[in-house]
Design a protein around this ligand. Structure first.
Ligand code: ZN
Length: 316
């Protein structure tokens, strides 16, 4: 009896121990599931539905054949975007049938650039309607060189360069050293940059979803620093600037590096950065670009700024 009772007690103790272990495992699993539910990927928190993105390219004095695949890869890798590419006919070829279906997308990234042939007017109108109805756009580097004669496009980019842009295109837009916005109607060329050097970027709007949480200033990798950009400069917010050095072909002003623009109900993110693959693979370019792209499509940003940004772990 005693023996039986002891065995029973031992059995109950074992059962209790197993029950406790089981409950602990269940708790751990629930905690893990809770954590997983709140973190769909390493770099984002509760991202919305995937943003349907179209990169348009095909004519650019920059090597779009190399940059487009890297942009597509980094957008898809962050877990917030699906990306298709629409490549227009080569320069001088028949453009009349070029009709990307903008309305099938939430976001268009422009990787056409300097000297690009005009789209057919019907395609321009479709793009204008896509944006004014609420579509998102990313203007990437030399995209602000494209299509100087297309008025609506100039309003979307706010400021641009080259292609004959001058005082007739609109004022130079920059900041003085105190951060005051200057619209300068002086006569002169639109567009210029010095040799590629490292430079400091200053965040001018710390509360914008794109820049919120970034260091107030940070060093940016060697790249072309655009300057002398001018255009309609309407409905534009300057998020970040860099000092354009007169000793390196610059203006002596604080030049816009990251901007947002509204056009109708549409939202545009304009980065003048990212001359080539060596720049766009770096976090100092990639993180503002991805956050800007997400904002242009959704006006929300969930893509996180990595700890230590913009100093990144060596990915090569
Ligand atoms: Zn460039």
């Amino acid at each position: 009896m005693l023996e039986t009772s002891t065995k029973m007690k031992q059995g109950l103790s074992l059962l209790n121990l197993e029950t406790v272990k089981g409950l602990m495992t269940l708790c751990s699993l629930m905690v893990l599931l809770t954590v997983m539910a709140g973190c769909d990927s390493i770099s984002t928190q509760n991202p919305p539905a995937l943003i349907k993105t179209l990169i348009v390219d095909g004519q650019n004095n920059h090597d779009w054949t190399k940059t487009t695949p890297v942009i597509k890869e980094m957008m898809e890798a962050c877990g917030c975007f699906t990306v298709d590419v629409s490549t227009c006919p080569a320069k001088g070829q028949d453009m009349s049938g070029y009709r990307p279906d903008f309305n099938a997308y939430d976001l268009v990234v422009v990787n056409d650039g300097y000297g690009a042939d005009s789209w057919p007017r019907e395609t321009e109108i479709a793009f204008e309607k896509f944006v004014s109805d609420g579509g998102g756009v990313v203007i990437y580097h030399a995209a602000d060189n494209a299509w100087p004669q297309w008025q609506a496009y100039n309003e979307m980019i706010a400021i641009g360069g080259w292609g004959g842009r001058n005082e007739k295109s609109g004022p130079y837009l920059y900041m003085d050293t105190d951060g005051n916005i200057i619209r300068d109607t002086s006569k002169g060329k639109g567009g210029g940059h010095g040799r590629q050097v490292e430079f400091e970027i200053t965040i001018r709007d710390k509360n914008h979803p794109i820049t919120k949480g970034m260091p107030a200033t940070f060093m940016y990798c060697p790249d072309e620093m655009y300057a002398f950009l001018r255009g309609p400069a309407l409905n534009v917010t300057i998020l970040a600037t860099a000092h354009s050095d007169k000793n390196n072909g610059g203006t002596g002003h604080e030049e816009p590096m990251l901007m947002t623009i509204t056009y109708g109900k549409g939202h545009i993110f304009h980065t003048v950065l990212g001359h080539a693959v060596q720049q766009i693979r770096k976090d100092c370019f990639r993180i503002p670009f991805l956050r800007g792209a997400q904002w242009a499509a959704t006006q929300k940003v969930t893509i996180e700024i990595p700890e230590g940004f913009p100093v990144e772990k060596d990915q090569d």
